[in-house]
Ligand binder design. Structure first.
Ligand SMILES: [Zn+2]
Length: 289
């Protein structure tokens, strides 16, 4: 039996499938252009590779309320052409169980089942890249609510040296995404994050922002582990700096061994690496079988 998944991202879409023996047998990447064109290519992939379930992990905001008329839609995205796109309907005539959730909830589920969060009931997965988002898995299930968590838009404190900076989020001047995403680094310094590895100031500031987000997540969700992925995290030293500052800003308030003495095992990189998203998407379909 094959299980399919779609990781719907703002720049590319990954389609793939696995079976009971192998999590990921095949995957392919399709550029995200206009919805009709992109989704018909995705559909063609699954007409060729027949699967028994299909999970869709999508960029958002998306409608996850199954009683809503727009369930399965991407709703108010600033991404051109994709606002109010009915994603899930394209796949209904495959007549198989479908799963639908945010890209980060999908990746979070992948890491909980097969990666760095294995065996845990409370895990946060964050992606720090073109956007910033966090999937939240609490009490053995993915967290939904009024909508879904939008942790990337939590408001944080701007650094003194960064007061004049205005980042790319059109809604907030001091949310995490507008201060710490890949595009905000590029806007601030005029160069991409990967061209700034030598510049320590960049990573001091980046970790100042990420550590505030870690403190907020720990204070609100009390996760047993936080997993941080995404392109910006590819700079190795950033994780160390973020761990160090998280401990510093918590200031000893949460007296747990995991934080006080084992923070290296508490804030970690994804074990599924760049496949967390597609493996998680496949899992989203399987949980509805
Ligand atoms: Zn924002």
């Amino acid at each position: 039996m094959l299980y399919g998944g779609i990781e719907l991202g703002g720049t590319k879409i990954i389609c793939g499938y696995g079976d009971d023996e192998c999590l990921l047998i095949d995957k392919t990447s399709i550029p995200t252009t206009r919805p009709e064109e992109t989704l018909s290519k995705v559909k063609a992939y699954f007409l060729k590779n027949r699967v028994s379930s299909l999970g869709v992990a999508s960029f958002g905001p998306i409608d996850l309320n199954q009683r809503s008329e727009t369930y399965g839609y991407i709703i108010t995205t600033p991404k051109p052409f994709w606002e109010n796109t009915d994603v899930l309907s394209c796949f209904r005539d495959l007549d198989i169980p479908l799963g639908f959730d945010t890209d980060v909830n999908g990746a979070c589920l992948g890491e909980v089942k097969y990666g760095a969060g294995r065996g845990l009931s409370n895990v946060i997965y964050g992606t720090i890249g073109t956007g910033i988002g966090f999937g939240v898995y609490l009490n053995d299930q993915l967290l939904h609510g009024l909508s879904h968590p939008e942790t990337g838009h939590m408001l944080i404190q701007k650094h003194e040296t960064d007061k004049e900076f205005h980042g790319p989020c059109p809604y907030h001047d001091n949310c995490l995404e507008t201060l710490a995403s890949g595009p905000s680094i590029e806007k601030r310094y005029g160069r991409k994050a990967q061209d700034l590895y030598e510049n320590e100031k960049v990573w001091e500031l980046e970790s100042y922002y990420l550590a505030q987000a870690m403190v907020n997540c720990i204070a609100m969700y009390s996760p047993q582990k936080i997993i941080l992925g995404g392109g910006v995290m590819h700079y190795q030293k950033l994780l160390e700096l973020t761990r160090m500052k998280t401990k510093e800003y918590l200031n000893g308030y949460i007296k747990k061994e995991e934080i006080l003495n084992h923070i290296d095992d508490y804030i970690v990189l994804p074990e599924l690496q760049d496949d967390a998203g597609i493996i998680g998407a496949i899992e989203l379909g399987k949980i509805n079988m």
